[in-house]
Each structure stands twice: as structure tokens, then as C-alpha cells.
Design a protein around this ligand. Structure first.
Ligand code: AGP
Length: 610
């Protein structure tokens, strides 16, 4: 996704902008640029490609600018090239701006501005905003008001930062549907789309809400609505530390995040299990627990890996709460005019808390009166703030585009919610205590699995040139099969599909031959014998079998070509364990293929556009 960073104060903005853009690279982008005021003269430098290229062009001490903005662009309108890169300017070049989001009515605005004589140089929707603001500045309206008037004509989403050389002592920022945060310094202020760009300079931040515009100066800021109503903003202290952002000694963020899952799961559990009561305490939804436990229907809605977490949540809710539960792709849910009742509980799962489809689905569900719960990782994110209430997963910043520790943290929190709600219903104290006891062992069990990563790496070496993979599981592990397939696809670019294991005979088994690696998730649970039958069906067709099996399984070696062993646990928590080898397998295959696992091609960490 696009990244925004800005600075105004007594320091030189240039190194701050470049460093901030580097912190945002993980979001995925294809071009970068900065806009500066040097002795109040506007200077815009931008290029297709990486921030490092921009850094060469800007130079470390060529320009000294007390105010500037920087952008990394992930193309939505117009191909990735220098012309379409941000900042975009008005015709005279004395106003420049950067934009995250999509302007939906940009074509009609462009036509109208062209009729007024404006000439466009780019194919982007963003350039329309620059000329539209200019059309108000021409009427001797000050920048802050001109921006508000322009935005009142815009439909769509934006995170904006705007500089005008005739008003050199301010940056105007505006937010609607794309996150923006103001960083507060000593006689200096920052703006960014993600707190990680500010962390090196300040931990005091203010989150802009949708429909808010801010005039940011070195000494302070003024926030208003587009309708010119003053707003008082609350200052938040960021809890992330710099080392959390850095790679912590691992060669990639993704490996760091896979390896830190014992700690991240521990953090998701921290202070939330109550052994003596056999339950969990979740402050954010304490008052909604009875509603959750007794609602007529539950719906999980999300995208990608988070959608897979929802599929696991469905098994949890139906096993322990006996509530009819559905799982919806957010992108489908939002446009289907979904049937939603006030008695429904709808849970929105999102690591970033900014996924456009999930946020839109949330707004649709709220309009129809359901109880809307956000299960997010990023504190203060849009979905977290838009939800009626929710639970943070506390996985820490997940920088790798492929989600790993956030997924296991999501599963942890869904199990905590299930436990807490079930103990408001029919679950006994003894059963609750048994779950709590098993829960407490999970971080150590994850550590045990991670200690086998060299064995997984050896298996990855054997299969790194495969062109297709199948992943099969049953029950709670069917969603894990889907997640394992997605992990492989998104970082190694190998085609992979996940299926319920029994589904093989309804078509996919036609794909099986000696060139097809088939990963079976086969822990010793209630479906084990069935899985063994499925393994034998594949073996009979010379499929290459990799089994994720229980550490005490003494027959699996007869059927599988390769076995990765995991500790046993209860069914509800098994996906937290079975996904770990699949994360490692995907990781090592991609690394052995020489691919960029942290920033896979075509992908973004947070898809904040439709
Ligand atoms: C998962 O590895 C992908 N990065 C992607 O599918 C992701 O899970 C999806 O875009 C949802 O993101 P969110 O959890 O931030 O909403």
C-alpha cells in the first residue's frame, strides 16, 4: 500500500522523509517521491522504483528544507512511472500533495477542471485533487479552507498531505478511509500513514478520523471537520519500540515473525487467562460476552489469512457455543446486501485494521444494527475504532507481507473469546480449566516445533522446484490447509491449493502423480483414520506425501514420504501448532528460490483500496 510521511520544524526534513519512507517500504510500492520547500521554493523529486533510488537523487545534504512530504506509491490509477509518482502539483507548481486511497469521481472532476482550462500531465486520480484545490486558491481562499472545499466535492477515500509555497509554515493533512497519524515533537510535527515512520522521533501521536482535516505547523496543529467544525484531538502514546520494528538479527522480517510466535502468542494470552475460574477475561468485550454467548448467529468476515482464521473460529463457535456460524469474504459480504439482524454478532478480523473491504463490510453491518466486534493487531486502526468493541491480538508489528504471527495470534484470541463465551453458557468449570491448562502450554509447544526448522528446510530443498502443491486437512485443520497453500503461493509463487482431505476424490485427485507434492495435516485426532485412508489414496497414485503428524504417531512413516512432527493438543488449539511447519515450508522454499519473502511481487501488507 502507499506510504505517507511529512515533517515541519527546525530540522532538515530531507533525511527524516527518506528514513520514514524506508520504514514504510514493507507496505509494498512501485515508486517514490518527495516534495520540499527550500527557501520557500517548491521542489518535487520522484522516481519509479525504490526509495534508495530517490535517496540518490535527493542527495543527503543537497537540499535543506524545514518542511516536506514524502510518498511511496502502490499503483491504482495509472501505471508505475515517474509521471504518475507522487507528489502531484497544480499547474503553477506552487502546490504539491501526496495521496493514499482512490478518488471514485475523479473522471467527472477531471473533465470539469479541463473545461476550466486545467491541463493534466498524469493518469492518476490524485492529480485531480491538486487542480481542484488550486481552483479555490485562485479565489483568494486560504489553503486550509480551499482544501476543505475541494474535499467536499470528492467521493472516495484519501489520506492526504498538502504543501503550498505561498503558505510555507504549514502542512495540511486530511483523512477519509485511509489512515493518517500526526506525530507531536518539540517545536516540530510529523505526519504519516503508519506510526512506524514516526517511531524514531516521537511516541506522542494523534490519529485523524475520517472526515477530519488538520493544519499542522511546527508549533502545533488545528483539527477541523470538512464542515469547518473545530475538533479536540486526544494524544496517544505509541507502545511499539524501535527494536520491534527492526529485524532482530534475522535475515528477514518474515523469519523473525515466524520465530517470535512463542512470544507473540504469549503476549496475546498475557493477563487474559483465569485458571482458577477456567475462563478468559477480555476487557474490550466483557460487557458483550453474554450477547455473544446467546446470539442467534455469528458471522466472521475478513480477507486472506484473516479469513482463514475466521474459518477456524467457525469450528470453535459451533463446537463450544453451539451457535450457527458463517464465514464471509468481506469483499462479497459488503456488496451482497447481507441479511443482518440486530441479534447477530459479526466479527471483523484484520491484522492491519485498514483492509478496505473489511472496513466497508463493518460499516454495512453497523448500519444494520448487528453487534460488530473488531479483532485487530494495529492499535487505533480504522476497523478497531469503527467497531462497537473488540479485542486486540497484541502480536506486535507484523512487517512481512505474508501474515504469520498475526494468524496464530488471531487463532489465540478467537479461542479466548470462545472460552469466555462458553463459560457464560454451558461449559463447566472443569472443562474450562482443562482448556486453560492446555492453553498455557501452547507457547512452549510452538517453540518445540520451531526447533525442527532445519528438518523443514531440508524438505524445502527437495520440493523448491515443484510447480504445484496440494494441502489437505480435515475439521479444524481444513482452514490450515488453505492457509498453508496461501503462504506458499504468496511468497514462492508456486501454485498451491488447499482442500478438505475427503474432497480429493471429487476431482482434485486427478492432479496427483509423482510430480505432485501433497501436504497432509494429520494429527492424531478424531479424523485421523480417515486422513490415513486419504493418504493411502494419494500414495496409490505415486503422490509425494509430506505429513504434519503427532509426535507419538508410530505408523505415519509407513504412509508418508516425509514427516514433520508436532506435539499434541486439544482440537481447538491444534491449528496454532499445525500451521507452523507450513509457514516454515513456504518460507524456506521461497528463500531457496531467491525471492523477496518480505515484499512479494504484486502484494501489499495492507490492501486499503478495493
Ligand atoms: C496474508 O499473508 C496476506 N498478506 C493477506 O491475505 C492478508 O491476510 C489480507 O490482505 C488481510 O489483511 P488484514 O488481516 O490486514 O485485513
Amino acid at each position: 500500500m502507499c506510504g505517507i510521511v511529512g515533517y515541519i520544524g527546525s530540522k532538515n526534513a530531507v533525511p527524516i522523509l527518506i528514513e520514514g519512507l524506508k520504514r514504510l517500504e514493507y507496505r509494498g510500492y512501485d515508486s517514490a517521491g518527495v516534495g520540499l520547500l527550500v527557501d520557500q521554493k517548491p521542489i518535487v523529486i520522484k522516481n519509479k522504483g525504490k526509495v534508495s533510488e530517490l535517496e540518490k537523487r535527493v542527495g543527503t545534504n543537497v537540499y535543506t528544507a524545514p518542511v516536506g512530504i514524502g510518498h511511496t506509491r502502490w499503483a491504482t490509477h495509472g501505471e508505475p512511472n515517474e509521471t504518475n509518482a507522487h507528489p502531484h502539483t497544480n499547474t503553477t507548481g506552487d502546490l504539491f500533495l501526496i495521496h493514499n486511497g482512490i478518488i471514485e469521481n475523479f473522471q467527472s472532476l477531471r473533465t470539469s477542471l479541463q473545461k476550466q482550462g486545467y491541463k493534466f500531465v498524469s493518469e492518476t486520480d490524485t492529480e485531480v485533487i491538486a487542480h481542484l484545490i488550486d481552483s479555490f486558491l485562485k479565489k483568494d481562499i486560504d489553503l486550509f479552507k480551499a482544501v476543505r472545499l475541494a474535499l467536499s466535492e470528492i467521493e472516495g477515500t484519501y489520506g492526504l498531505a498538502i504543501i503550498y509555497s505561498k503558505e510555507p509554515d504549514r502542512i495540511i493533512a486530511a483523512r477519509k478511509g485511509s489512515p493518517l497519524v500526526i506525530g507531536i515533537g518539540d517545536h516540530e510535527h510529523y505526519i504519516a500513514s503508519d506510526v512506524s515512520a514516526l517511531l524514531a522521533y516521537t511516541k506522542q501521536v494523534v490519529y485523524l478520523e475520517d472526515g477530519e482535516v488538520a493544519e499542522i505547523r511546527a508549533e502545533g496543529f488545528l483539527a477541523k471537520t470538512i464542515l469547518d467544525e473545530d475538533i479536540i484531538k486526544e494524544v496517544t502514546e505509541i507502545s511499539m519500540t524501535m527494536e520491534e520494528i527492526d529485524k532482530g538479527g534475522y535475515e528477514t522480517f518474515m523469519l523473525k515473525e515466524i520465530m517470535e510466535q512463542p512470544e507473540s502468542i504469549q503476549n496475546s494470552l498475557r493477563g487474559r487467562l483465569i485458571p482458577e475460574e477456567g475462563t478468559a477475561k477480555l476487557g474490550g468485550i466483557e460487557s458483550e460476552l453474554v450477547h455473544i454467548a446467546r446470539c442467534k448467529r455469528a458471522v466472521f468476515t475478513a480477507c486472506g489469512t484473516s479469513w482463514h482464521a475466521g474459518l477456524v473460529g467457525e469450528y470453535m463457535f459451533e463446537q463450544f457455543l453451539r451457535i450457527p456460524t458463517e464465514v464471509e469474504y468481506a469483499s462479497e459480504f459488503r456488496y451482497r446486501n447481507p441479511i443482518i439482524q440486530p441479534e447477530d454478532t459479526i466479527l471483523f478480523i484484520s491484522q492491519s485494521g485498514e483492509t478496505a473491504d473489511t472496513l466497508a463490510a463493518l460499516k454495512e453491518a453497523k448500519r444494520k444494527g448487528a453487534l460488530c466486534l473488531g479483532i485487530c493487531n494495529v492499535v487505533g486502526s480504522s476497523i478497531a475504532r469503527e467497531s462497537d468493541s473488540g479485542v486486540y491480538i497484541h502480536a506486535g508489528p507484523e512487517i512481512g507481507v505474508a501474515s504469520t504471527k498475526a494468524f496464530t495470534a488471531q487463532l489465540t484470541v478467537l479461542a479466548l473469546i470462545t472460552l469466555a463465551a462458553a463459560r457464560k453458557r454451558d461449559m463447566s468449570l472443569a472443562d474450562g480449566k482443562a482448556i486453560v491448562e492446555e492453553f498455557l502450554k501452547i507457547p512452549e509447544k510452538v517453540k518445540t516445533i520451531l526447533s525442527q526448522r532445519k528438518q523443514v528446510e531440508e524438505i524445502a530443498e527437495i520440493f523448491k522446484d515443484a510447480t504445484n502443491f496440494l494441502y489437505l486437512g480435515r475439521g479444524y485443520n481444513f482452514p490450515v490447509a488453505l492457509e498453508g497453500a496461501l503462504k506458499l503461493k504468496e511468497i514462492s509463487y508456486i501454485h498451491a491449493e488447499g482442500y478438505p482431505a475427503a474432497e480429493m476424490k471429487h476431482g482434485p485427485i486427478a492432479l496427483v502423480d509423482e510430480n505432485m507434492p501433497v501436504v497432509f495435516i494429520a494429527p492424531k485426532d478424531s479424523t485421523y483414520d480417515k486422513i490415513i485412508s486419504n493418504i493411502q489414496e494419494v500414495r496409490a497414485r505415486r503422490g509425494n506425501i509430506i505429513a504434519i503428524a503427532s509426535e507419538d504417531d508410530d505408523v505415519i512413516e509407513k504412509y508418508a514420504n516425509y514427516v514433520i512432527r508436532i506435539p499434541n493438543t486439544i482440537r481447538m488449539l491444534m491449528p496454532i501448532l499445525t500451521v507452523i511447519p507450513l509457514q516454515l515450508l513456504a518460507y524456506y522454499i521461497a528463500v531457496k528460490k531467491g525471492l523477496n519473502v518480505d515484499q512479494p511481487r504484486n502484494l501489499a501488507k495492507s490492501v486499503t483500496v478495493e
